[in-house]
Design a protein around this ligand. Structure first.
Ligand SMILES: *Cc1c(COP(=O)(O)O)cnc(C)c1O
Length: 402
């Protein structure tokens, strides 16, 4: 057998692909699994978006190679949105790059901003692709622990000077997956100051930017004074418009930084299917706004319900202001992997183990609010029953959430 490259050997298997295999094994035995581990929404994309996709597929010629950086119409719609919602002015020609999903963009971006030996500052816990992309680029991830006591914001002043000196890229994601935390303005300003001082590029992942609950509106990092010089922002159509499987995202920022990314992306990718971009333009219009509103009302309601059930089990989790997640302490005497394995085996409830998002995720499990109401209710009942049946107690902890 040919051994894997060193690069591949450094990267752990993707947390969800491991979990999916376990869930599938149970389902193939006829077990009904209540899956609160993912962020696949139960609400489909807006009808108008699907109709726009269908009619664009029919319209000739839709089969040609798409423009590398995205269609003019979609780039203009993105620039207009940034101007209207965030007061950020972007040149649609050079400062907006359409992605085949933001995960793909995040992964490829590491190759444009990291050389072997460089350091990337990676939050912990975090979306696993930041760390994997860093390792696959031959660079070194330095983990920035996110702790409940600090509202899941990294302690920037704890980063040693030598690390700053070697750092070239910093990943940040607010509203945050998996903790549900949001970033305040003073923190974001501090990031800009330090990134400028140490000449570090910030990749700000705004995947949950539209998923504000209880009236919360998430800022764009590019709206922070000075951020445009040092930051790129990645944004996705997946989370706000339920377009997960359609694969559409954007990278925005100053032309110089986007151009560096474009060297990698135009060599790796041939652009995004043009009809899908037409659908994206519609998603950025009123149909998308209605959808986001309905989605967020639904998530806020579910959040209240789940928090209520958790409180009955003895958990005291504060309600996150954004995202579809709850970051919940494990039960006493179990790692997050043990707890999620046992909940799945013994109660048929699938949650994500916190340790799958990095070592600092140990001690937590992630609950997703995207499953159908009936599944959520059934899962919470089965979880409560599992706690009572086995006499499990909640690990005492600083309150999670923010
Ligand atoms: C879901 C998610 C993404 C990826 O979304 P795409 O579907 O690839 O656009 C990126 N970052 C975070 C933090 C996410 O949760």
């Amino acid at each position: 057998m040919i051994s894997p490259t060193q690069r591949v050997a450094t990267v752990p298997p993707y947390v969800f692909s491991v979990l999916d295999r376990k869930v599938e094994a149970l389902r193939s035995r006829g077990v009904r699994v209540m899956d609160l581990s993912k962020s696949d929404p139960d609400l489909p994309p807006p009808r108008e978006v699907i109709q726009a996709l269908q009619s664009a597929v029919e319209a000739a010629p839709s089969h040609l190679y798409p423009p590398f950086r995205g269609t003019k119409a979609l780039r203009q719609a993105v620039a207009q949105r940034y101007r209207e919602r965030h007061g950020v002015s972007l040149d649609p020609e050079r400062e907006v790059f359409v992605l085949s999903g933001s995960k793909e963009g995040i992964a490829h971006l590491a190759l444009a901003f990291l050389d072997p030996g460089d350091v990337a500052l990676v939050p912990d816990p975090a979306y696993p692709t930041y760390r994997a992309a860093t390792l696959l680029a031959g660079a070194t991830p330095v983990l920035l622990p996110l702790e409940g006591a600090r509202r899941f914001l990294p302690d920037l002043d704890a980063i040693p000077p030598d690390t700053w000196r070697r750092a070239r890229l910093m990943y940040l994601n607010y509203p945050n997956n998996p903790t549900g935390a949001v970033a305040d303005e003073p923190f974001l300003r501090r990031v800009v100051d330090l990134a400028r001082e140490h000449q570090v590029t910030v990749l700000f992942d705004r995947a949950y930017g539209e998923i504000g609950l209880h009236g919360y509106v998430a800022p764009s990092f590019l709206a922070v004074p000075g951020a445009r010089e040092v930051a790129l922002e990645v944004w996705t159509f997946s989370k706000p418009f339920s377009m997960q499987g359609l694969r559409l995202g954007v990278l925005v920022g100053v032309a110089d930084l986007v151009d560096r990314f474009a060297v990698v992306e135009t060599n790796f990718m041939a652009g995004v299917y043009t009809p899908l971009q037409a659908a994206g333009v519609v998603a950025l219009g009123p149909a998308g706004d209605w959808h986001v509103k309905a989605l967020n009302e639904r998530y806020a309601q579910r959040q209240r319900r789940v928090l209520g059930e958790l409180a009955r089990m003895g958990y005291h989790v504060l309600p996150p202001a954004a995202t579809v997640y709850l970051w919940v302490p494990t039960v006493e005497g179990m790692t997050s992997q043990e707890m999620t394995d046992r909940l799945l085996e013994e109660a048929h409830v699938a949650l994500s183990p916190g340790s799958g998002f990095g070592p600092a995720g140990e001690g937590y499990v992630r609950v997703s609010l995207t499953a159908a109401d009936a599944d959520i209710d059934a899962a919470m009942a089965a979880w409560a029953d599992w706690m009572a049946r086995h006499g499990h107690r909640v690990r005492p902890e600083v309150p999670a959430g923010v």
